[in-house]
Design a protein around this ligand. Structure first.
Ligand code: NCD
Length: 303
């Protein structure tokens, strides 16, 4: 991979995306024993995380590396008032690459100004979450391919960073994107602008029913409660969309349902056993995809 950092999906080309997905497929076929590298990955999570943190840790260890983890904020110098710029400069001395999750949009890009080792944005506020997108695309490609598709993206399109990253990445493929949300959680203007600039095929909806029959993929997201400035605004939209067996009755036979997880009440657990439900597989795909990403960012074939 030519690039040093992975900050958003806006700068990714189709061939770069495919290189990661192809490498991930090889790694998966090899039983998750992709390479043998000696490296330390620094994990810096300033927001809660289960999948991203643990799948990066699993990926690093399965590649032959290990992690150093900033751990809970109360246990680190962040509690003493250390700045992000100082924390990343310190971790740079302990690790060969960093994964950073931070509540502030733009934090990952800012952090790269202070360090010389690769940094992966593990989520910056309502901004981007590019490694999540790579595993989303890996899962989509596996089941329905990546061209000639209609993808519905449902839920919190305003604050959902996985949505912003997925939408930008999909512009590299022949995909019609259907965005479904309450009016107040529409895609932000800058994201709509960027999509428009690429000539992407984009449609916006507030109702689900007319769209469901068109879709090959339904990507459901959680309303990002923690990002609402006002709890009442959250309550006004909470629970507005929920997917259950009856919602999917009108869907194509091979529609798949994805969700970056965690879910709250957006998907009825009764459909977990349906062959359409791919969200747990999607979360498992985080390991081969993050192995591939680390492998490529740390130097690809020349090991
Ligand atoms: C997502 C995130 O952190 O943006 N979680 C994840 O990494 N799978 C989605 C969410 O929190 O809703």
């Amino acid at each position: 991979m030519e690039r040093k950092h992975l900050l958003t999906t806006k700068e990714l080309t189709r061939s770069e995306i495919e290189a990661v997905l192809d490498r991930a497929a090889e790694i998966e076929a090899e039983g998750l024993h992709g390479a043998s590298r000696d490296f330390l990955l620094g994990l810096m999570f300033f927001e809660p995380s289960t999948r991203t943190r643990l799948s990066f840790e699993a990926a690093a260890k399965r590649l032959g590396g290990d992690v150093v983890d900033l751990g809970a904020l109360e246990a680190s110098s962040v509690e003493k008032g250390e700045t992000l710029a100082d924390s990343v400069r310190v971790l740079e001395g302990y690790a060969d690459a960093l994964v950073l999750r931070h509540p502030r949009e733009g934090a990952a890009r800012m952090a790269t100004e202070f360090i010389d080792i690769p940094l992966i944005n593990g989520g910056d506020g309502a901004g981007h979450h590019p490694s999540q997108t790579l595993l989303d695309l890996y899962t989509i490609r596996k089941h329905v391919g990546l061209d000639g598709l209609s993808i519905g993206i449902l839920g919190d399109l305003k604050y959902g960073r996985t949505v912003h990253s997925l939408a930008a990445a999909l512009t590299n493929f022949d995909v019609t994107q259907h965005f479904i949300s309450p009016e107040s959680l529409r895609l932000p203007r800058d994201v709509r602008f960027d999509l428009h600039e690429t000539g992407a095929s984009v449609k916006e909806h507030t109702e689900m029913d007319d769209v469901i029959p068109l879709l090959d993929v339904l990507y459901v997201t959680r309303i990002q409660r923690e990002r609402f400035p006002d709890e009442n605004e959250y309550r006004a939209v909470a629970g507005e969309y929920s997917i259950d067996a009856s919602t999917l009755e009108a869907a194509k036979d091979d529609l798949i349902v994805l969700h970056p997880l965690p879910r709250v009440d957006e998907i009825d657990p009764a459909i977990d056993d349906s062959p359409r439900a791919k969200y747990f597989e999607q979360s498992h795909n985080g390991v081969p995809v993050r192995m591939a990403l680390l492998d490529l960012l740390l130097g690809g074939e020349d090991r």
